[in-house]
Design a protein around this ligand. Sequence first.
Ligand code: MG
Length: 247
Amino acid sequence: MMVTAKSARMAAVLCGLIVLSQAQEIDPGLTEVWDPVPRVVTPGEGNAPCSDAILLFDGTNASAWQHENGDSVRWEVRDGALTVRKKTGDIFTRQSFGDCQLHIEWRSPSEVSGESQARGNSGIFFMKRYELQVLDSYENRTYSNGQAGSIYKQSIPLVNACRKPGEWQSFDVVFMAPKFSEDGSVRSPARITVFQNGILIQNHFEIQGSTMYRGAPRYEKHDAREPIRLQDHGNPVSYRNIWVREL
Ligand code: MG
């Protein structure tokens, strides 16, 4: 039989109609999933905490934090900000967290002094040991895996999204805690995604271990939940509007 272009087109149309009619016979309800029902969370205005957030600093009250020895924080609370007071030491949340979403706003000093790592250095350590670097990286060159928004000495931020010194900026973070086996080996490493001022700077990065200043990072088994720690690196970096959601 000779297949003409016309008959081939006709066959294609018929095939299409058959497939279409078969698809129409499938009940669309078969692919609807009704359970579970997501619980309701009421968003906050702007960057304000949502209804299920745990407030860690509201601008006036730093009681969610303590120094390592349990002392109340000696950092300065003034004008709605919590500011590093040099040589008073790092501060830790009293509550411990595993997988979490964190919103935190920070400001490097408007008076620019020092350079590289000595300018507006602080840091947010998840589980006390995995550092998301805070630094004045506005026109301040340092090693790329140590600039603001880096996972310190492990991951360079995708872009430099820093505002000028003295301006408030935000980190929004999704942190997934590492999971360990009984024998201490890593079952799944920690993961981190970070937005700085709404811009993606870390995309589901696999953390390689505890932050190290010297040498390679490595994991050491720890609890499923640990405090969040803010670093006193000797520079008067300020924080405000800190809230966390457990995931
Ligand atoms: Mg630091």
